[in-house]
Design a protein around this ligand. Structure first.
Ligand code: A2P
Length: 297
């Protein structure tokens, strides 16, 4: 396997292109998955307070035998912890669970368009934690272009990363253009379209880019799997991506994508698969009050 290149962020830090996601994994499964990922060459591990597996991610890191300085660890602020003081406390809780003394990347998990002041107050906490040296890089998730503009005009720090739902069936061209305009790295969550299979929030979302004929034909041509073709498409677009898998063979496969190259016309053939339909939640409709009520139960 050739190597997983680093992407330079707008604050000077470097982040591995392909990382390992742990959404919906819990308990010992997370420990085994993360250890397998690190053993397979992943150096970026992406979790979130909302995934409730930060403790297991921290344990896997300790058990991996890889020096902390070689790893890039991301976690995300839980929506129920939005607000300046709440975000400070949320960060401390995450760090305690992870058992780390600094974090590589801390992300706001969602914008809250209906209470953007809470989003801004949380962002100020992230800026202060970064200035204090507790976090190397700060960023956001699921921000549409207007959310980015709104944040940036009222802040000191431009986000380093915007992590969004992104796959060949949902290519988010407007978001990627806005990210480039601001010098923000686009990071794809559910990069191989898994959200359409395990979430199906939007029943009209096209199901599975892995079985699309354009993808499967390229897989046959390059003797790669459909997932590897799609991950290669991300990398050639300059995206970072954090595929998730609980299967050791697929974990290894998803980072083994650096020994072939799609042509320009193959990239275009994948680009036009876009349907404009997301599989996951719509960032426009986040309502903080409802989320707080839900999590209080
Ligand atoms: P599994 O854990 O059984 O491997 P995404 O990261 O886009 O959300 O996709 C994750 C989903 O896709 C999971 O259901 C995962 O299942 C599956 N998956 C991960 N890697 C591959 C792969 N290389 N080929 C096929 N399915 C995969």
């Amino acid at each position: 396997m050739t190597s997983n290149p680093m992407i330079r962020l707008n604050d000077g830090a470097e982040m591995p292109t392909i990382g390992f996601g742990v959404l919906f994994s819990s308990g010992n499964e997370t420990i085994e998955m993360v250890k397998t990922a690190i053993g397979s060459g992943y150096r970026l591990i992406d979790t979130a307070a909302a995934y409730r597996n930060e403790e297991q991610v921290g344990e896997a890191i300790r058990q991996s035998g890889i020096d902390r300085s070689e790893l890039f660890v991301t976690t995300k602020l839980f929506l129920a912890d939005y607000g300046y003081d709440e975000a400070m406390r949320g960060f401390d809780t995450s760090m305690e669970k992870l058992g780390l003394d600094y974090l590589d990347l801390y992300l706001l998990h969602w914008p809250v368009p209906r209470n953007f002041d809470a989003t801004l107050a949380s962002w100020r906490a992230l800026e202060d934690l970064q200035a204090a040296g507790r976090i190397r890089s700060i960023g956001v998730c699921n921000f549409n272009p207007d959310h980015l503009d709104n944040l940036i005009v009222q802040s000191r720090v431009v986000p380093a990363v915007n992590q969004v739902e992104l796959n060949p069936y949902f290519t988010q061209a407007d978001v990627r253009v806005a990210n480039v305009r601001h010098g923000i790295v686009t990071q794809a969550w559910s990069p191989i379209g898994g959200v359409n299979r395990y979430w199906a929030e939007n029943p009209e979302a096209p199901r599975d880019p892995l079985s699309d004929q354009v993808v499967t034909k390229l897989a046959a041509k390059y003797r790669k799997t459909p997932a590897q073709i799609i991950l290669r498409w991300h990398v050639q677009h300059g995206n970072s991506a954090i595929p998730k898998s609980s299967n050791p063979e697929r974990i290894r496969q998803n980072i083994d994508i650096f020994d072939f190259r799609l042509t320009r016309s193959e990239m275009s053939a994948l680009d036009v698969l876009d349907t404009g339909l997301r599989g996951g939640p719509d960032p426009e409709v986040n309502d903080l009050k409802a989320i707080r009520n839900r999590t209080a139960k």
